[in-house]
Design a protein around this ligand. Structure first.
Ligand SMILES: [Zn+2]
Ligand SMILES: [Zn+2]
Length: 69
């Protein structure tokens, strides 16, 4: 049984529900011709530049925390 506790895979442009985040990215790229931005650290893709910046900041904070553990 699969649980979708937090389904973030709904398209914000047309409200279509995608099965995975990867499909959502691909959908936004092909259906809405969005420019997809990539995290330079892990290669994760984002629809919005601000989401990427937020992710990269979190990733950076995680690295800093690990260093002081
Ligand atoms: Zn859509
Ligand atoms: Zn990343």
């Amino acid at each position: 049984m699969k649980f979708f506790a937090r389904n973030n895979n709904t398209c914000e442009f047309c409200k279509a529900k995608l099965a995975s985040y990867e499909e959502l990215i691909s959908h936004a790229r092909h259906e809405h011709h969005r420019t997809i931005v990539k995290c330079s650290g892990c290669g994760k893709e984002f629809i919005h530049e601000k989401d990427r910046l937020h992710h990269q900041r979190e990733e950076q904070e995680r690295k800093v925390k690990n260093r002081y553990r």
